[in-house]
Ligand binder design. Structure first.
Ligand code: AMP
Length: 284
């Protein structure tokens, strides 16, 4: 695996590959890698000639400075994992490399409704930060395929919108991989390492709550399902930001279901200082 720190050097390397008509698959990450990230590399390996991943903890997408400070960093282990997964290229830029003109006065993206609900509502500015870094990374890497995880469902929608906004939708195909889970159902996440033993034991309650919603969808009203789900999380010690149900394509929140519309349940809740998110599509 070749490691690049500088956008210019990476771009030169990729230019050679582009002129050889190779397909470039890109997996952007913030590091602290786990099998969920590696599943994206594996998906990319099946469809591309060159696999590139990036590790960059993007300061502009953290609405909570404590979360940024405490974001886990495990670079040596990450490099080993990526090498084992046969990733070809790793890009590890600095903040200066990504934002040469500083982090003030960066572009603003018109994300419309998507930025006003769920994560957008509870993490103001977060998706602007996501767009700023992804836009810059896409300009540097210019991949044929981009790999994202369903774990961050709303982020997938935001990035699809970004790609359309910046006119890359003809050039870049977005591929969304299913959420990888621990044996007890907890969605794998870099932030899980910050849970203490007791918190870790109950952290899978979010997954169980989503399962509860899915299995009672035909017998209970949406409002009742949301209330029951939130209450059970609160009872276990979570501080709930939201448990919502939404149209799986538009993310418009729903309070009734006609039995046909494709819908998704999404939840975000704190266990101590650690904020966990998860989602589950409720019908095929
Ligand atoms: P992050 O490093 O958390 O920014 O995540 C980098 C990419 O990995 C994003 O596209 C995430 O959605 C994806 N990802 C994170 N956790 C998982 C998981 N448990 N399963 C599949 N993909 C994941």
């Amino acid at each position: 695996m070749i490691i690049f720190n500088k956008p210019g050097a990476l771009n030169n390397f990729l230019e050679t590959n582009r002129s050889d008509k190779n397909k470039i698959g890109f997996v952007p990450t913030m590091g602290a890698l786990h099998p969920g990230h590696i599943s994206l590399i594996e998906a990319a390996r099946k469809e591309n000639d060159v696999i590139i991943s990036s590790i960059f903890v993007n300061p502009t997408q953290f609405n909570d400075p404590e979360d940024f400070k405490k974001y886990p960093v495990t670079l040596e282990k990450d490099i080993l994992l990526l090498e084992t997964a046969r990733c070809d290229v790793l890009f590890i830029p600095s903040v200066r490399d990504i934002y040469p003109a500083g982090i003030n006065n960066l572009s603003h993206y018109d994300l419309g409704y998507l930025e006003t609900v769920l994560e957008g509502k509870y993490r103001p500015g977060h998706f602007q930060g996501v767009c700023q870094v992804v836009h810059r990374l896409l300009e540097i890497v210019l991949p044929s395929n981009l790999y994202l995880g369903q774990k961050d469902y709303q982020q997938c929608k935001v990035i699809q919108r970004l790609i359309a906004l910046i006119g890359f939708d003809e050039k870049i195909r977005v591929n969304i991989s299913p959420t990888l889970r621990e044996h007890d159902g907890l969605a794998m996440s870099s932030r899980n390492t910050r849970l203490d033993k007791e918190q870790r034991k109950i952290a899978n309650a979010i997954f169980k709550t989503l399962l509860f919603i899915k299995s009672n969808l035909h017998t209970m009203e949406i409002g009742q399902l949301k209330t029951a789900a939130s209450s059970s999380l609160i009872e276990k010690g979570f501080k709930v930001d939201y448990v919502e149900m939404a149209d799986a394509n538009t993310l418009q929140l729903v309070d009734t279901w006609d039995g046909r519309q494709k819908i998704i349940a999404l939840a975000a809740a704190f266990l101590g200082p650690v904020r966990l998110i998860d989602n589950m599509v409720l019908n095929p």
